[in-house]
Design a protein. Structure first.
Length: 399
């Protein structure tokens, strides 16, 4: 059987690395829309068809992100090649089985049984800069043949940079210019990043690390479950609604010491209101929170707020003043839960706009802000409803 595959040079370079017996690690570092993830899906499909009884694992930090990105790409490629057979797709276990006995399995890093489970022939770590080194080691130890990683270099320091320099590694750098299938409008948007922010341009257009000097928040610290204090005086949830952009639900726990402990509860795209309501119920039950817990939402989606309240939640309109909200966040001693992966990534990338001559403007860039907005709604709501004002006092004096 012959397969005609329309592909970019990124596929070709990865195919050569796959067949290079001197290389174990194939590191795909690139900018946005460079075709690296799509090309890797094509590569693993070709490998599965050419080799019998192989196991390929595709992993990402969280399952919602995995499903919304590379899993979607993989099956889009399969359907485009007329290879997809629904009978061979175990949607419960997220496994696709080929007729020759090869399988492709998808799992997230929160599934510890699969991380430490059976061996595989090939591993693909999607958005590999989300992984901790220990997680990567566990996956690597159970991979017999080849390890592929893809990522945007939004971190200035990461074990992937060191890994790419090893003798048995190959670094495949790609940008949008390596993708011949991009529409002109997409190319224009990527190239115009230079007008918005040079750091974004370096990372997402050129695919190179860039240390930002424009980051909005720099005072946050990480906390573990054991670090959270007993004396929480209020809990407020912030929610920013999205569809293609993720819907972000952020928990903020406030103390009397001007501290706020922030935890990402939901960060997922393509959720309708009918999807969202049972998810929030499940999350609040898991967190031990009452449905009457104050939830502060974006009033530009009044129909979702109404639907939430009809289902027993206590969702109120947010004050969307960006500058006031940022000042409120900066006024707090801020702790972010260690497992809030998407929120922590947003902290690294949430920045002020700047002019061509690098002068900072008093306005954030509208990127990497879904969790930031939800957190801001919650903290500003708490501040505005817990203001202590001066009052008159009267005493009686004898004379």
């Amino acid at each position: 059987m012959e397969l005609q595959l329309k592909h970019s040079n990124v596929f070709t370079r990865n195919y050569d690395a796959l067949n290079d017996t001197t290389k174990r690690f194939v590191i795909n570092q690139g900018g946005s829309r460079s075709s690296k993830t799509y090309s890797l899906c094509q590569l693993l499909i070709v490998y599965s068809l050419q080799n019998n009884n192989k196991v390929i694992s595709i992993v990402r930090k969280s399952l919602p992100s995995l499903k919304a990105t590379i899993m979607r790409d993989f099956f889009e490629v399969m359907r485009g090649l007329n290879l997809y057979d629904e009978k061979k797709h175990n949607k419960t276990e997220n496994i696709y089985s080929f007729s020759n006995g090869s399988v492709v399995e998808f799992f997230s890093l929160d599934d510890s049984q699969k991380v430490r489970g059976r061996k595989r022939d090939i591993l693909l770590c999607n958005e590999a800069n989300e992984l901790e080194y220990e997680e990567f080691l566990q996956l690597n130890m159970r991979t017999t043949f080849k390890v592929f990683c893809d990522f945007n270099p939004s971190d200035t320091e990461h074990f992937l940079y060191d890994l790419a320099e090893k003798e048995d590694s190959v670094l495949i750098h790609s940008t949008y210019k390596d993708n011949p299938f991009l529409e002109k409008e997409i190319i224009k948007q990527i190239e115009e990043l230079i007008l918005t922010d040079k750091d974004y341009y370096n990372i997402y257009a050129l695919g190179i690390p860039s240390k930002s000097t424009h980051t909005i928040y720099n005072h946050q610290k990480i906390f573990l479950n054991k670090d959270k204090p007993e004396g929480i005086v209020d809990t407020i949830l912030g929610i920013d609604f999205g569809y293609q952009h993720p819907t972000a639900l952020i928990r903020c726990d406030f103390t009397t010491n001007n501290e706020v402990y922030v935890t990402e509860l939901l960060y997922e795209s393509y959720l309708t209101s009918s999807d969202l309501i049972p998810r929030i119920k499940e999350i609040l039950d898991r967190e031990g929170l009452s449905y009457s817990t104050t939830m502060v939402g974006d009033y530009s989606r009044p129909e979702i707020i109404t639907e939430l309240n009809r289902n027993g939640f206590n969702c109120v309109n947010a004050n969307k003043s960006v500058k006031e909200g940022i000042d409120a966040v900066k006024s707090k001693i801020l702790y972010i839960h260690c497992d809030s992966i998407n929120l922590l990534k947003e902290f690294k990338n949430y920045k002020w706009k700047s002019t061509k001559d690098d002068k900072l403007l008093d306005e954030p860039i509208k990127m990497w802000d879904d969790g930031m907005d939800a957190m801001r709604y919650s903290i500003l709501h708490y501040k505005n409803n817990n203001v202590t004002t001066g009052s008159w006092s009267f005493d009686t004096f004898s004379f």
